[in-house]
Every structure is written in structure tokens, then in C-alpha cells.
Ligand binder design. Structure first.
Ligand code: CA
Length: 618
């Protein structure tokens, strides 16, 4: 009996193998893996890849109501085949059978078309009613030690290495949503969470190796969606950090490029000159522009050629896929001036055509208002360029805050820097849609820049959270982290308490110092107040030329008036309010937002040294 079973198995195995070969989907990659019916853009380009088969030699056909193959594209690498499907209005969700045939060989795959999700709180966009909270996922909290070191990944966890992976993950963020919600921020921006299976410094996330997959050391795609749903249920939005200028050199596409020109190739390694001004420079040389936009970001970060039409479509669809799949509310796009600028305009236009309620902020890392303004949708650029990008990251204002709070008052120094910088807002088509901030992962911590002075620290926060724009805070600001970017891992420190082995837990009051609780409470009070103040989100901004390093501005909307007074001196100041009458409109009393006190004397207001006060006028 036993012998017969063995005989049958031996005999049957080869047949089972043949059968499997015929029916098994033979692709190593199908990207996107699925799509949706009811999208405004009716075309879908699908990448099929098999690393061992000349799939490019196959013909493809399908029969499915409302769906047809518009184009079949074979590229120089025969391991790839690209199909462009036309998905008509009448197409219903379901599995589309696609037949592949080459001579006598044939097989089929089922390609899934889903219905779009209909939950109301997905894909909301973000605006000046929000405050973004930037988290470096590897450094916030380790919610799952099982994903720390995984087979198939070059890097595991080494917490002792400043440039190594520390083990933070999506579960760590999900576990600390109370801390985030209590602080009062409304939106998360995570540094990129897609796979970075690189040999070195993979923790920061900006060298993507799989455009369709969350890094397994952070969690799965499903965990990412679950985190977003959990956030949405609590009224917290999600902004996804994306990178389409470059990718990791271990990206699976790099290891077997569809076409050589999917990345910019040079006879020898050629680095970007990182000079963003070249792109908008009326006197630019072709040499400089070529290096700027086509040079590699680093040896490990090849430069994507967005002029390759297939890769261009791939990148746009990848963005749409993440929006529809995960329900994200916005995008922060990395290194905005570095990719081909016409492609970026097309990208933004197509994303916003599909999701008009969406918002996208682009990183234009320069200390120049005209250069940042150039990239915002609606800019009156002399060269006619229209970016279609709604929001830009406002580096010039950050620099003005960091300099101005550390200087004595003068014609253009001290708080006059804030005034002057905002007075140049005519350069921005929509300054209130700029993302404003005190620091981020690429610069010294704000508390460090304020010389660890708590009064200055608070004053800058009041300004950030009451002037125009969409404020962004960096995790750890509320814990008075004080890293110096000249030793740059120090600005990307782990939150104590995020790891089980940590001796203190700063996610809870009892684990924080008195000063840290003071910072957290101050920020929380301000952020919770800001949440419902449409006068801050949308109100008109009127400011007055600083006198004696005292800067006064108003936000007004209908009957609401908020007055902010900043004193940049190291002594108290008495402010006569006569010159502000156009905004005060005879109002005679006010409530101090931070202390709760009522002020009856509005003719003269006392300002403590190096402090800002917020008054709601009655
Ligand atoms: Ca982990």
C-alpha cells in the first residue's frame, strides 16, 4: 500500500508541474497590481514583467465588457510587456481575463478592476485649517519588533548606529495616536514609507526600491491603510511623502531596466549640481540645466527620466494608485525642481484632475521667495511656466523666523524680518496655501536654533500658528529635542519611550521633564485653540511695521478679530495701540488666549520681555 502511494506521487508530479506552468500567472511583477472602474482618466498602462521569459514576444488579448486593449508596447528588454487598456464608463468591477500567446505557448491572468471606495473621510485634501506633524517613521516608536530585521533585506536594526535603522514602524505610530491627538495637530506627514531595500542609510526612506510597496520593516500595505483609517476615524489626515526625481539603485526596475533610458545615463557618474535656481534662470546654460535635472542625486540614487513616456505614465498612475488605494489626503513631493519640470506640471495636473479636492505641497529647498513662488500654481512667470502645484514649502519664512528671533531689532533685522518677508507675499499666487514651519528633518532643531530659550521657543510657535499658511511641526519639538544639523543624525533622534528597552517614556507626562511638559502643554493649548478658529485659517492678515522690535498683526474675518503682539526685546514693552485702530474698530476688551485673562485697557498693552500674546477682541 505504502509503495503504491509513493509510485503514484512520483508519476503524478511531472504532470502537476506542467499543469501549474500553464495556469499559474507567470509574472514576477504586474504593476499596478489592480485598478478601479469609474476613474476620470479612462486609460490604464499595465507593466508585465517576468525575469526569465521573453514576455515581450507575446500577443495579448482580452474580452470584457467595456474594456479593450488600446496598445501593446514591447520595449528593448524582452522581459517586459506594457499594455494600455481603455476602461469605458460602462465597465463594471470584476476580473478581466487577459490572454497571452506566443506560438504554441499561451496562458492568461485575471486582472482585477475594483469599485472605488466611498467612505466620506477619505482623500480630503489639507489646507490652512490643518497643522501637519512630520514623523520620521524609523525614529518615532517601535511597535513591532518582529519586523525589525527581516530576511531578504540588506539592513536590520542597529540602534547604536546613528545612520542605521532603529526599528520604528507604522504600528509604533498607530500606538501613539493619543499623544498626537492630544497635542492637537490635525495631519500626519510621514517621511517616505515605501520600500528602501538599500545597503546603507535606508532608514530615511528617500531611495525607493519598490514604488508599490510599504517597506516591510515599517509594516505592510494593509497596515498602512489600517493606520490611515484609524487616523481618519479620529479626525487626523495623512499626507504621503513621495519621491519621483530619483530612486534607490537597488530598485527592482534598476536591476533589469525595461529600457536603458528609464534613468539618465552618463559615461561616468554625474551628480546633480543641486542648484535649483538653474531651472527658472532666464540665463541658464544647457550644461547646468542638464546637470541639475538629469544628474544623479547620489551614487545610490539614480535619476529618473520622466521623459520616457512609459515611466512617466507609470509614475502618474503610481500616485493615483496610492491615493485611491490608501485614501491619503495629500502629498508632499520631494525635490520638486529636480525632475523634468514639464512632466511635473503634467503630473500635478493629472492628479488634481482626478482628485480636485486634493492638495500637494512641493519641496523647493531654497531661501528665495521668487524661486519658491515660481513653482506655485498661478505664478505669473515670465517664461510662461505653469506648475499646477497648489502648495510650496516656505523655506524663506522659516529662515526669517530663525534669524529674526535671534537678532536685535533694526530697520530690517529682528522681528522686522518677519514683517519684510511677509510683505513680499505678492510673489505667491496663494501664500495661505504655503506650508510654513520652524524646522524639519533636514535642518537643526528649532529649540537648538533658539539657543534653548523657552521664551523665544514659544514666541516663534505663536507666530507660526497665527500667521498665514499651513503650519507644519516636526516630531520632538514638543519634547524640546535640540539636535544640530551639522551632526545630522542628531535631528532625527528616537523618541524615548518608543522602544520597550527605553528607560524613560516621554510619550507620557510622568516621563517628561518639567520643561518638556511646559512645552507640550503650551503647544497643545495653542493647537487645540487653533483647530476651530476659522479667523486664523481664512481670515485676512493685516500687519504693521515693527516699531522698537515689537511686531503687531491682526487676523480678521467677519465679526472676529484676533490681535497678535510680539515683543522681540529682552525687556517688557508698553504698546500704545492708537495706530492699530483700523483693525481694532473700537473694540474695548479682549481675552488673552494663552492665559485666559480678560484685558479691559486696550489703549495700552503691556508685553512681557521676549514673548508674544494672542488677544481675541470683543
Ligand atoms: Ca519595528
Amino acid at each position: 500500500m505504502a509503495k503504491r502511494i509513493v509510485w503514484i506521487l512520483l508519476f503524478a508530479l511531472p504532470f502537476a508541474g506542467e499543469a501549474q506552468k500553464k495556469s499559474k500567472p507567470v509574472f514576477d511583477r504586474i504593476e499596478p497590481a489592480f485598478w478601479w472602474v469609474g476613474m476620470k482618466n479612462k486609460e490604464l498602462q499595465i507593466l508585465f514583467y517576468n525575469k526569465d521569459t521573453n514576455i515581450g514576444d507575446y500577443d495579448a488579448s482580452l474580452t470584457y465588457a467595456g474594456v479593450s486593449i488600446k496598445e501593446k508596447i514591447k520595449v528593448e528588454n524582452p522581459h517586459y510587456l506594457f499594455l494600455t487598456l481603455q476602461i469605458g464608463e460602462q465597465a463594471k468591477a470584476g476580473s478581466v481575463p487577459i490572454q497571452f500567446k506566443s506560438g504554441k505557448k499561451n496562458f492568461s491572468v485575471l486582472y482585477e478592476l475594483k469599485n472605488k471606495a466611498t467612505a466620506k473621510n477619505r482623500i480630503q485634501g489639507f489646507n490652512a485649517s490643518d497643522v501637519l506633524y512630520l514623523i520620521m517613521p524609523d525614529r518615532f516608536a517601535n511597535g513591532d519588533v518582529k519586523n525589525d530585521s527581516l530576511p531578504g533585506f540588506y539592513q536590520g536594526v542597529h540602534r547604536d548606529q546613528p545612520f542605521g535603522r532603529h526599528g520604528g514602524d507604522l504600528k509604533g505610530i498607530a500606538d501613539h495616536l493619543d499623544f498626537i491627538a492630544d497635542l492637537g495637530v490635525t495631519t500626519l506627514w510621514l517621511n517616505p514609507i515605501l520600500e528602501n531595500n538599500q545597503k546603507r542609510e535606508s532608514y530615511h526612506g528617500y531611495a525607493i526600491t519598490d514604488f508599490y510597496k510599504v517597506d516591510a520593516r515599517f509594516g505592510s500595505n494593509e497596515e498602512y491603510v489600517a493606520l490611515i483609517e484609524k487616523c481618519h476615524a479620529r479626525g487626523i489626515k495623512m499626507v504621503q511623502d513621495m519621491v519621483i526625481n530619483h530612486m534607490g539603485n537597488f530598485n527592482w526596475l534598476m536591476l533589469d531596466l525595461p529600457e536603458k533610458n528609464w534613468v539618465h545615463q552618463f559615461p561616468e557618474f554625474t551628480r546633480s549640481n543641486y542648484r535649483s535656481e538653474v531651472v527658472s534662470d532666464p540665463y541658464q546654460s544647457k550644461e547646468d540645466l542638464n546637470k541639475m535635472t538629469n544628474g544623479w542625486f547620489d551614487y545610490t540614487m539614480p535619476d529618473i527620466n520622466q521623459n520616457n513616456p512609459l515611466f512617466a505614465n507609470f509614475l502618474i498612475q503610481n500616485t493615483l494608485w496610492w491615493i485611491e488605494y490608501a485614501g491619503i489626503d495629500g502629498i508632499r513631493m520631494d525635490t520638486y525642481p529636480y525632475p523634468d519640470r514639464d512632466f511635473m506640471a503634467r503630473w500635478a495636473q493629472e492628479v488634481l484632475a482626478e482628485y480636485p479636492q486634493f492638495n500637494i505641497v512641493g519641496e523647493v529647498l531654497v531661501n528665495s521667495k521668487p524661486m519658491v513662488g515660481y513653482w506655485q500654481q498661478g505664478a505669473a512667470n515670465r517664461d510662461g511656466y505653469q506648475s499646477h502645484l497648489p502648495s510650496v514649502i516656505d523655506f524663506p519664512l522659516t529662515n526669517a523666523i530663525n534669524a529674526g528671533l535671534n537678532e536685535k531689532g533694526s530697520w530690517d533685522g529682528g522681528l522686522a524680518r518677519l514683517y519684510t518677508t511677509l510683505s513680499h507675499d505678492f510673489i505667491y499666487p496663494d501664500a495661505n496655501n504655503n506650508v510654513t514651519f520652524l524646522d524639519n528633518h533636514d535642518m537643526s532643531r528649532y529649540f537648538h536654533n533658539m539657543g534653548r530659550d523657552m521664551n523665544k521657543f514659544k514666541m516663534g510657535l505663536v507666530f507660526l500658528l497665527t500667521t498665514r499658511g499651513i503650519p507644519q511641526l516636526y516630531y520632538g519639538t514638543e519634547l524640546l529635542m535640540d539636535g544640530n544639523y551639522s551632526i545630522h543624525p542628531t535631528v532625527r533622534m528616537d523618541v524615548p519611550g518608543g522602544w520597550a528597552e527605553d528607560k524613560v517614556n516621554q510619550f507620557v507626562r510622568t516621563g517628561r521633564s518639567k520643561e518638556q511638559n511646559e512645552a507640550y502643554d503650551f503647544m497643545s493649548k495653542l493647537l487645540q485653540w487653533r483647530k476651530t478658529k476659522t479667523v486664523i485659517h481664512q481670515g485676512k492678515l493685516t500687519h504693521f511695521i515693527p516699531e522698537d522690535n515689537v511686531y503687531v498683526y491682526f487676523r480678521t474675518k467677519e465679526s472676529e478679530t484676533v490681535m497678535v503682539l510680539m515683543n522681540g526685546n529682552d525687556h517688557d514693552m508698553k504698546v500704545n495701540t492708537a495706530r492699530f485702530s483700523e483693525c481694532m474698530k473700537g473694540k474695548t476688551s479682549a481675552q488673552n488666549v494663552l492665559t485666559g485673562e480678560t484685558t479691559q485697557n486696550m489703549k495700552e498693552i503691556m508685553l512681557p520681555a521676549m514673548a508674544a500674546i494672542i488677544l481675541e477682541l470683543k
